[in-house]
Ligand binder design. Structure first.
Ligand SMILES: *Cc1c(COP(=O)(O)O)cnc(C)c1O
Length: 384
């Protein structure tokens, strides 16, 4: 990455922190395999470098939402000898044949997807690796308990015909980020029931799994054969209720900063940015930060988003625009080019992605994932 490419702004990604986070999470679930969830460009951190760091730290599976993401991982050199790869969001007419050919594990929630997988397997001449997803209560993807017997029967018929191999049974939790939530125990009980039913009918899954980051961190009884952390691997907490990253020995991997492109004096009573929602309370200095909602900075952080400039927290003055926002520097005149740190690990005085989530009324997942392609990623390969 040339200096000019990062002159405006950059998201530095600490791969050493990612590796350490993976090791920390593995130690919490010592009996389970580790699937590194790298969907959505590794939650904005860069899918391929993150996948490599996670595998280096002992992950054996990679998880993505779309088959396109999973195929991109295979194309990047993560072959079947290096990683099992699973993807779970399949549209009708998706790349089923390519997925069978690439040896991907594909999630199936219903008969339509099962038939597409089996048909692709017949064309390719290799069984489709199918993981049956049960809706144990999330009410999103997955097969409802009432339809489970029919799905199991059809999957096992296809398995006997050599068209699919049922490699896994899995589910997803609705409220694991709210410790003690009354939906958690019933979801786990339903999962055990649905796994038991499938196995009684003759299914022989290699892996049974339900644990996302919050369940990996707080629910050992949910670890089963494999855990699927996403957000925690990037060093962020799933929710403030669960705790801060440091409570679990996790370190945020992304640091987003920009170079101030203009510093100027303005009189009191001066409106700032579109709509003049901020008016300078007196004579002051304004700093222009060259990041906006076109880079994934939430417009909802207008008037609230925190930025570290010259050792002090400043707040976005007025509206976030597409490409830029303004901070009131209170009369200070740092040189143009001074670094404005939007968020980072939080241990050098800077705000965190969680601070931004609070400022914008969202979750830290959305803050990091939405950082746009216009912001160059700089991967720092810290000591393992
Ligand atoms: C995104 C996702 C995960 C990871 O969730 P985190 O809360 O980021 O740990 C796990 N499983 C599925 C099915 C997902 O979609």
């Amino acid at each position: 990455m040339s200096d000019s490419a990062t002159a405006r702004a950059r998201a530095e990604i600490d791969l050493g922190a990612v590796r350490a986070n993976v090791r920390t999470l593995r130690a919490l679930a010592p009996g389970a395999a580790f699937m590194a969830v790298v969907k959505a460009d590794g939650y904005g951190h860069g899918m391929v470098p993150i996948a490599r760091a996670a595998l280096d730290a002992g992950a054996t599976w990679l998880g993505t939402a779309t088959p396109e993401e999973a195929l991109e991982l295979r194309a990047a050199g993560f072959g079947p000898d290096r990683a099992r790869i699973m993807c779970w969001l399949w549209a009708p007419g998706g790349p089923w044949r390519e997925a069978v050919d690439a040896g991907l594990d594909m999630s199936v929630s219903g008969p339509r997807a099962l038939r597409e997988a089996a048909e692709a397997a017949r064309v390719v001449g290799v069984p489709a690796r199918v993981q049956l997803k049960s809706d144990t209560g999330l009410g999103r993807g997955g097969c409802q308990p009432a339809q489970w017997p029919a799905l199991i029967a059809e999957a096992l018929r296809a398995e006997r015909a050599g068209l699919v191999r049922v490699t896994g049974i899995w589910s997803h939790l609705a409220c694991a980020d709210e410790p003690g939530h009354p939906s958690i125990a019933p979801q786990l009980a339903r999962f055990r029931d649905m796994v038991r039913y499938a196995e009684q009918q003759g299914a022989r899954p290699e892996v049974r799994h339900i644990a996302n980051s919050p369940a990996t961190l707080t629910l050992p009884e949910a670890h089963f054969d494999l855990v699927r952390p996403g957000i925690a691997m990037y060093g962020l907490s799933p929710s403030p209720e669960i705790g801060a990253p440091a409570d679990f020995g996790l370190r945020p991997a992304m640091r987003l900063s920009a170079s101030m492109v203009l510093v100027k004096q303005v009189p009191g009573g001066h409106g700032v940015s579109y709509g003049h929602t901020y008016v300078t309370p007196g004579e002051t200095t304004l700093g222009l930060v060259p990041l906006g909602y076109g880079d994934g900075i939430p417009r909802h952080a207008s008037g609230t988003g925190p930025v570290l400039v010259g050792g002090k927290w400043r707040t976005i003055a007025g509206r976030v625009a597409m490409d830029q926002f303004v901070v009131d520097l209170g009369g200070e005149e740092p040189p143009e080019g001074t670094e404005a740190v939007l968020f980072g690990a939080g241990d050098r005085g800077e705000p965190t992605a969680e601070d931004w989530a609070q400022a914008a009324g969202t979750i830290a997942y959305e803050i990091v994932t939405r950082i746009g392609a216009r912001v160059p990623r700089v991967h720092l390969d810290g000591t393992p």
